[in-house]
Ligand binder design. Structure first.
Ligand code: SAH
Ligand code: SF4
Length: 367
């Protein structure tokens, strides 16, 4: 079987070329074709000698996840179902903002964390994604928008990466790290580390390392105390709030510059949305620099919770804001195409059932 080049670190690619008896310069050229130009055929890599291109073709592949379906939301959100070489699939979403936008990528097929409010959490964990599959989602998104070669930071549409799709990123840390280092590389995809955010359910042991990578941190906090968090997020039994908060402090100590942490908080009716919970939450984050991101609960079939009322959400937000915390309510994006937080679920290759996302709809275009 041919070896996949997407996902090899720069050093590993260089090693690979050295083993073929090539000069390091070849690895540099190849890197440019793969990550700056976005080419997947060796034949297109015209700065390489023809016999060398042919040799590469017998040994390697350069592939992006295959786009199976593409759906466009009325609000401009675009969602893809992407498939990897073994047929496993994940969903990937582009979320446009006023002048730029973020590609939301996944790190696992399914998720083992089993958060009770999360649609992905109801799926069996199938496997970790490779580094190439993680960064490849962003590359397929660029294919979809035709953003090759890498545009300047100011002119590109796909400007940010948020690791907020399926799976717990910090349970696949080595591959995540390799993928993000590739994404950040200035000779290739050139996404500034300041435009990358990793969201974790609270796998505390790896949190400080995100500071070393220089990326932003978002924590799915969702509860003001261990009693509530234990009930809705099993990860809390392994890394209780005191451990999680300490890891966040260590992250901030290790960051080069002052760096806020985004605390995500999904509002569940009567579970965590009362004024006393807001008060307790503020005490919990004492000593940290945080912004809250309040997320209305996005319901799904069979979900064991109800969304908080708008009144309850705004009351909660007001309490935090009157104490000088930023606490915006996250606008729901792409809800009409099941692209909102916690609604991602792969359509096939996981539990064998066909999910709602796979049903043909008017917006869905088979590729
Ligand atoms: N696994 C990572 C990142 C992906 S989830 C994590 O848990 O942080 C992205 C965000 O959506 C997380 O904050 C997650 O807790 C939240 N989320 C999950 N299910 C949701 C739902 N049904 N409604 C609203 N937000 C949800
Ligand atoms: Fe996994 Fe994140 Fe969903 Fe929890 S919220 S089950 S960690 S994807």
């Amino acid at each position: 079987m041919k070896k996949e080049l997407v996902g090899l670190s720069k050093a590993d690619l260089q090693q690979e070329m050295l083993a073929l008896g090539e000069k390091p310069f070849r690895a540099k050229q190849l890197w440019h074709w793969i990550y700056n130009k976005g080419k997947t055929n060796f034949a297109d890599m015209t700065t390489l000698a023809k016999p060398f291109r042919e040799e590469l073709d017998t040994l390697y592949t350069v592939s992006h996840p295959k786009i199976i379906t593409e759906q466009n939301s009325v609000d401009g959100t675009r969602k893809w179902l992407m498939e990897f070489a073994d047929g496993k699939q994940v969903e990937c979403v582009y979320i446009p903002e006023a002048d730029r936008g973020a590609v939301c990528i996944s790190t696992q097929v399914g998720c083992a964390q089993g958060c009770k409010f999360c649609h992905t959490g109801t799926q069996r964990m199938m496997r970790n994604l490779t580094a190439g599959e993680i960064v490849g989602q962003f590359m397929s998104a660029r294919d979809s928008y035709g953003e090759w070669p890498t545009p300047t930071d100011e002119t590109r549409y796909l400007s940010n990466i948020v690791v907020m799709g399926m799976g717990e990123p910090l349970c696949n840390f080595e591959n995540l790290k390799t993928a993000l280092l590739i994404a950040m590389d200035g000779d290739g995809l050139a996404i500034s580390k300041r435009r990358i955010t990793v969201s974790t359910s609270g796998v505390a042991n790896h949190i400080p390392e995100l500071a070393d990578l220089g990326v932003k941190l978002a924590v799915s906090l969702h509860a003001p105390n261990n009693e509530i968090r234990d009930k809705i997020m099993p990860v809390n039994r392994k890394f209780p709030l005191e451990v999680l908060i300490e890891a966040c402090k260590e992250y901030q100590r290790r960051c080069e510059r002052r760096q806020f942490i985004t605390m995500e908080y999904v509002l569940l009716k009567d579970i965590n949305d009362q004024p006393k919970h807001a008060e307790e939450l503020m005490k919990l984050v004492d000593g940290l620099e945080v912004k809250f991101n309040l997320i209305p609960f996005h319901s799904w079939e069979g979900a064991p919770f109800e969304a908080s009322s708008n009144n309850a959400i705004h009351r909660f937000s007001k309490i935090l804001e009157s104490n000088w915390f930023a606490a915006p309510v996250r606008r729901s994006r792409g809800e009409d195409i099941m692209a909102a937080c916690g609604q991602l679920k792969s359509a096939k290759g996981t539990d064998g059932t066909v999910s709602r996302t796979q049903r043909p709809t008017n917006e869905s275009t088979e590729k």
